[in-house]
Design a protein around this ligand. Structure first.
Ligand SMILES: C[S@@+](CC[C@H](N)C(=O)[O-])C[C@H]1O[C@@H](n2cnc3c(N)ncnc32)[C@H](O)[C@@H]1O
Length: 188
């Protein structure tokens, strides 16, 4: 149990040092991009395909939704509280020719309606996971997949789990490993 705790401290500490000032006020976590190899693994774990609508909560530079659109033919939306990151994500989506299917909005994720998702992706602070779990269970349709990077949703049995070696994780996490968890929203 000590290892996830130390990793969470490393996540907060490292990101407070390198995050832009505006991101430090973001309650769900500062900006730390998911390495591309881990983005690919998250989308594979979520079995994302052309029929899916992917919502990334706290979307950063939009890499998860942009990758889902460009490589897997999915549609989706990312929501982020940081206006500059939202502009960057939309600019990158336009450059990649996927702006019709991958768009990004500047909004607080706690007020964002997630009910349209077939897949939700999450890379946010461990401290917000209990509140996030309640929001997702209240809004998402049964069968919706949720792929979580590093910090699991509490008291919810995951359907799949992976620990992946990725040296780019060391700066944010203190370890060369990413942990992925898959949850499926149960019937009501
Ligand atoms: C760890 S980064 C993850 C970025 C991206 N999802 C990825 O995996 O590459 C967390 C992001 O959440 C955003 N964020 C934090 N609190 C938020 C909130 N209340 N509403 C929307 N976005 C938020 C931050 O601005 C940051 O871009």
């Amino acid at each position: 149990m000590i290892r996830p705790f130390l990793a969470a401290l490393a996540f907060v500490g490292a990101t407070m040092l390198c995050a832009p000032v505006s991101a430090q006020h973001a309650d769900a976590g500062p900006y730390v991009p998911t390495p591309q190899s881990i983005v690919d693994a998250m989308l594979l774990m979520g079995k994302v395909g052309p029929k899916d609508f992917v919502i990334d909560l706290g979307s950063g530079d939009g890499r998860i939704v942009r990758t889902a659109a460009a490589r897997l033919g999915a549609s989706g939306v990312g929501v982020d509280i940081n206006e500059k990151l939202v502009k960057l994500a939309n600019d990158e989506a336009a450059k990649e020719g996927v702006a019709q299917r991958a768009r990004f909005v500047n909004q607080d994720l706690w007020t964002f309606d997630t009910s349209k998702a077939t897949v939700v992706t999450v890379y946010l602070l461990p401290s917000i996971m209990p509140r996030l779990k309640q929001k997702l269970l209240a809004e998402l349709k049964p069968g919706t997949r949720i792929v979580v990077h590093d910090y699991p949703l509490p008291d919810w049995k995951h359907e799949d789990y992976m620990a992946l070696h990725e040296p780019l994780k060391r700066q944010a996490h203190g370890l060369d490993t990413a942990y992925l968890y898959l949850y499926v929203v149960p019937p009501r």
